[in-house]
Design a protein around this ligand. Structure first.
Ligand SMILES: N[C@@H](CCC[C@H](N)C(=O)O)C(=O)O
Length: 258
């Protein structure tokens, strides 16, 4: 079986995935190692494959598998919404898990279902981290959808200000989202911690914007969400459980020669 003995320092079979604009390198292995340096190398846009994050699937007795998730700067993150959809598709197509799977992440157990090229994930229970507050002339909502997110609602997402986003990211150690409401849809732009830039999509960020809008009764239990990439995703909430659905794409598979 390919990839059973993958270790850092050997040739590795890897896949590159795109999940609504958030891109990932994914592989599976039996060996649990610190892969922070490998994440930086693989994710490098010029010298590597290029990705926002690295996902490593490992065996786990109780669940279909467990993952290690690294941002492109090598930092570990407990959750990545788009990453859950990409890795569920990878696990199913590699024969590592059935269509409906449960896997362990740093934030807890995730359930995903693969429906062709679309994947729906049930995220971890969202938590409100603080009362809403004013800063930089904006109102901020702070919640955790697996990782911490600041959310501000604006008239137009073109008002996304990277300087403010970066400053808020470091002050609160959180990802930062600007969201625009349009009927029952949200347009979202996210500055991601660990990528240290705006990405084309952030799943837990879209979930945080949806959850904040839902708590304020600005959207119903279902809403469409559009990240910077313009792709369409679907959010819903049932009894405090967030579901997040959208297409993913395997871009290519290759052997990474190290
Ligand atoms: N892109 C992800 C979030 C990845 C983790 C984040 N950058 C952090 O370090 O908190 C998503 O789709 O949720």
């Amino acid at each position: 079986m390919k990839n059973l003995y993958t270790m850092y320092g050997e040739d590795m079979q890897i896949a590159k995935y795109n999940a609504s604009g958030n891109d990932f390198v994914i592989f599976h292995t039996f060996y649990e190692l610190d892969r922070s340096k490998l994440a930086q190398e693989l994710c490098h846009r010029q010298k590597g494959v290029g990705a926002d994050g690295l996902i490593v699937l490992l065996p786990q007795g109780e669940y279909d598998f467990k993952w290690q998730f690294y941002n492109s700067d090598g930092s570990v993150a407990s959750m990545c919404g788009n990453g859950t959809r990409a890795c569920a598709h990878y696990a199913y197509t590699q024969g590592l898990a059935p269509k409906q799977m449960r896997f362990l992440t740093g934030a807890g157990v995730i359930q995903s279902e693969v429906i062709g090229s679309v994947v729906e994930t049930e995220l971890t229970t969202p938590k409100v981290l603080s009362e809403s507050f004013e800063e930089n002339g904006l109102t901020w909502h702070f919640c955790d959808t697996g990782v911490p997110h600041l959310v501000t609602f604006v008239e137009d997402v073109a008002l996304f200000d990277k300087m403010i986003a970066r400053q808020m990211r470091y002050k609160y150690n959180a990802n930062v989202n600007y969201a625009m409401l349009e009927e029952n849809a949200l347009h979202v732009r996210t500055y991601e911690r660990g990528v240290e830039d705006e990405t084309l999509a952030c799943g837990t960020g879209m979930a945080a914007c949806f959850y904040s809008a839902y708590r304020q009764k600005r959207v119903g239990q279902n809403a469409k969400v559009y990240p910077r990439s313009g792709e369409e995703l679907f959010m819903r909430i049932e009894d405090q459980t967030l579901f997040f659905k959208g297409a993913v794409q395997k871009v290519f598979e290759t052997v990474w020669e190290h």
